[in-house]
Design a protein around this ligand. Structure first.
Ligand code: ADP
Ligand code: ZN
Ligand code: ZN
Length: 817
């Protein structure tokens, strides 16, 4: 008897065992995908993790359906990494598998049954009615989904029937997306051998006097091939000659040009490879040297370099060194910073060795990168990617760069695995004996603490490249400005003056407001009522452009009200403001300027933010208003003024990281100003001009901020002095969530005493009609993390066995952000 253990891409605790044949036993290797039956009628893609001969005692094993791979697509090192992740972030291996593999690798009930090509269905031996029905159906359509087969046969248990046809070798199982995958082919043109002869060519050109367009095409072909020895794309030729494909076809018919196809990667850049790496300045050289020295002893180094200090150029030097040794490099970035700008910049240095791995690319593109990394192809030696790139099948990783390492978006919130990609990258690098460089102008407190403790090395770059000065900061007291009637809308006279001066000089302006929409609250002046979302405990945000009230949690929306819903009064007033309102005000204040807006309302779609960034970069937009999206490492050349419209909304968020986050956001957005010779100016509007964080921001005092925040974290027992695990319970029934959270809270308090906070409702305690309760567990540095998690799992186990709690959803978030 032979068996295979597999992971299924679903949130079940255990791995599963299936029976296999002798032949399968010797063929299957860990990391290959298998199609397996599961439950009553489902087919899943499972990942083999090992074969053996020990029969499981508690259940009878089913047979696998099908082996999907000839070779493993996941290697043993990855399986080890997955196991670490499942255990550290307290989720299942199936959940990690789902996050790790490109979707195209996972087939499900969408699986297709396909008639094999060249098979005569008539010849099938019909054993029973079901087989007859299925064969009839396949006569009409060459492929059927498993779901459809169920309908045709009028029953759930269809796999045995399908199996009979598979055994007879007349049908095969196929996953539509994956199998439909075809490498992208690009058309090129070349001269036919006949016309390589110069004399013939001259005759031809004479002949073509009467077909000037075709002649033009041929001439353009020559000029293109004179410019570069690279093959000539059909598209490029048509463009250069301003010709149509019909004219090209005519030349093909005459046997002058011929078309041929080359398989190209989808992710392909036309950028020309550059003139080598930039010469570093002295500060950069020193930093680079220090990093290298640190890497001789330590595995992780933090590069703390002010905005525009030239960190990227230092990364480039380190990357080059690795690539020259044939090693792979992973360059992690927050999703949004992955723009054409940066890609082009790196392409300039590394040409074809660069691949991008990005959730906005199609499944096929991701499969391509996956396979290139797995086979250690040169074109995927340097991977630029967002957090999910840590799951790629690296074979020989030498270096990981985590740029903007302080970014909260490195942490995945939902669904599980709720991993922090920066931290996971350190584990990944460790498994592969690679080094890690964390880079930021405003490091996360935890990272800086690790550096201070000597766990990481620390390298500091205090000056901007080209001796550009750090921007000049002005804090503006808007309470006073309102009092003195110096405000126009949400703009103080000081900020307006700054903007005016920048525009007069032909320079650009960035305005930051950490809220989207027009105004977050609509309030009745007569009775004080403000419209709420019926599904969530939040006020509806007014979106003026669409004339709607919208919920930012569930998407619920209604038309803007004319009268108060409670008292009927028509005196409705808006409270607070978002990016949309700022943009509207700008249009009145600066009617001649072009304004743009970047927030999650304007950046949907594959190239959503790309378009906005490009138009700003190319100077089509003068003033760009946006949310925190603006802060992520974008390099704009012509911005001289940055305005923070209301610093208070960030400072007042009820979260122990709010102050650190405000410092980072303001510092980062300020860093977009004055990146060239002229000194930039930053205007910070606030009701609390003496707030310590604003003072520290305006003095560029990271270490002051660090010391003070660290002190508070110490006193109130927060990271880095302890770890946090947040447990969230959700249910539609209010009473049930009360009971469940009290039960859970008690269970945890019995174990961890006063290190358990809550249960308590979060600031928004009902979302999509589900009530939320949070319990926070603090784990002091001297307490075993492994034992703590084991204990929590046990409490979870007993909780789930209470009948009335079975329907309560429970989310565990380790190292909660
Ligand atoms: P950071 O990542 O630290 O914010 P960048 O690497 O984006 O800074 O550098 C800021 C600007 O200075 C970029 O436009 C970059 O091209 C330029 N720069 C940095 N180092 C050099 C160098 N050694 N030679 C020429 N230009 C440089
Ligand atoms: Zn009212
Ligand atoms: Zn809602």
């Amino acid at each position: 008897m032979y068996f295979v253990d597999v992971i299924l891409p679903i949130p079940v605790e255990n791995t599963f065992t299936y029976s296999i044949t002798d032949a399968e036993y010797s063929f299957i290797k860990p990391g290959m995908r298998l199609a397996v039956p599961f439950g009553k009628s489902k087919i899943y893609t499972a990942l083999a993790i090992g074969v053996h001969t020990t029969q499981p005692r508690i259940y009878e094993t089913k047979d696998i359906e099908h082996i999907l791979d000839e070779q493993p697509i996941v290697h043993l090192g990855q399986l080890q990494f997955w196991k670490w992740m499942a255990s550290y972030y307290m989720c299942t291996l199936g959940e990690v598998m789902r996050a790790a593999l490109p979707n195209a690798f996972i087939l499900e009930s969408e699986t297709l049954i396909k008639r094999k090509k060249g098979v005569d269905l008539e010849a099938t031996s019909i054993e029973d009615d079901d087989v007859q029905l299925l064969v009839d159906a396949l006569q009409n359509s060459s492929s059927l989904r498993i779901k459809e087969v169920m309908d045709i046969l009028g029953k759930k248990k269809v796999l045995p029937v399908i199996q009979k046809l598979i055994d007879q070798n007349v049908v095969e199982l196929e996953e539509e997306i994956y199998e439909a995958y075809k490498p992208k082919l690009v058309s090129y043109v070349k001269l036919t051998a006949l016309y390589e002869d110069e004399g013939k060519m001259h005759d031809l050109l004479d002949d073509l006097e009467r077909a000037p367009k075709q002649r033009e095409l041929v001439l353009n072909y020559f000029s293109l091939s004179a410019k570069s020895s690279k093959p000539i794309k059909a598209k490029a030729l048509l463009k250069a000659a301003n010709a149509s494909s019909a004219q090209l076809k005519a030349l093909q018919k005459k046997g002058v040009l011929e078309k041929y196809k080359i398989q190209r990667d989808r992710i392909e850049f036309d950028g020309q490879e550059g003139d080598g790496i930039k010469e570093l300045n002295d500060a950069q050289k020193l930093a680079l040297q220090e990093i290298k020295t640190i890497f001789q002893e330590k595995d992780v180094c933090l590069l703390h370099g002010v905005t525009s200090s030239g960190k990227t150029e230092i990364y480039v030097n380190l990357i080059k060194e690795q690539l020259d040794q044939g090693k792979q490099v992973l360059y992690l970035l927050p999703e949004i910073a992955l723009t054409t700008q940066l890609v082009a910049r790196l392409q300039h240095y590394f040409g074809d060795q660069l691949s991008v791995y990005h959730s906005k690319y199609t499944v096929h593109e991701r499969v391509e990168v996956w396979n290139n990394v797995l086979h250690n192809q040169q074109k995927a030696q340097l991977i630029l990617g967002a957090r999910s790139a840590v799951f790629l099948p690296f074979q020989d990783l030498g270096l990981v760069i985590v740029d903007e390492e302080h970014e909260p978006s490195y942490k995945q919130f939902d669904p599980a695995p709720r991993y922090q990609a920066r931290d996971a990258a350190i584990v990944l690098a460790n498994n592969q004996r690679a080094k890690v460089l964390l880079g930021s102008a405003t490091p996360a407190l935890e990272s800086y603490y690790n550096a201070q403790q000597g766990k990481y090395g620390l390298v500091t770059l205090k000056t901007r490249y080209g001796d550009v000065m750090m921007p000049e900061n002005t804090i503006i007291d808007i309470k006073e400005k309102y009092f003195k009637k110096k405000m126009s809308g949400h703009f103080s006279d000081t900020l307006l003056e700054g903007i005016n001066e920048a525009l007069a000089e032909g320079e650009q302006v960035i305005l930051f407001q950490n809220r989207r929409g027009y105004s977050p609250i609509l309030e009745c002046n007569t009775c004080g009522h403000s419209p709420q979302c019926p599904n969530c405990d939040v006020s509806l945000t007014y979106h003026k452009h669409r004339s709607q009230l919208r919920c930012h949690y569930c998407g619920y929306h209604i038309a803007m009200l004319q009268k108060c819903m409670a008292c009927g009064s028509d005196e409705l007033d808006t409270k607070g403001f978002g990016t949309e309102q700022i943009e509207t005000e700008l249009k009145t204040l600066f009617p001649d300027a072009n304004t743009g807006r970047m927030d999650s309302d304007t950046t949907r779609g594959k190239y959503g933010f790309e378009k906005i960034i490009t138009s700003f970069e190319q100077g089509e937009t003068d003033i760009l208003v946006g949310t925190q999206m603006l802060t992520k490492g974008l390099d704009f050349r012509n911005v001289s003024v940055v305005g923070i419209l209301s610093a208070d909304s960030m400072l007042n968020i009820p979260d122990f990281r709010a102050h650190e986050r405000s410092f980072q956001l303001i510092q980062q957005v300020s860093g977009r100003a004055g990146r060239t010779k002229k000194r930039g100016r930053v205007f910070i509007q606030t009701y609390n001009p003496y707030h310590q964080i604003l003072q520290q921001v305006s003095a560029n005092d990271y270490s002051g901020m660090y010391k003070e925040q660290l002190e508070e974290r110490y006193v109130y027992k927060y990271p880095p002095f302890c770890r946090l695990i947040k447990i969230t319970l959700k249910h539609r029934d209010f009473q049930k969530i009360e009971d469940a959270s009290v039960w859970m809270g008690k269970g945890l308090q019995n174990l961890f005493g006063k290190n358990v906070l809550g249960p308590e409702p979060p600031p928004v305690s009902r979302i999509r009609n589900e009530y939320y309760r949070n319990i926070l567990i603090k784990i002091p540095g001297n307490q075993s993390l492994v034992k703590t998690k084991r204990a929590i799992s046990k409490v979870r186990g007993s909780f789930m066995s209470v009948g009335q709690f079975r329907s309560v959803k429970m989310v565990i978030n380790v190292d909660n952000y």
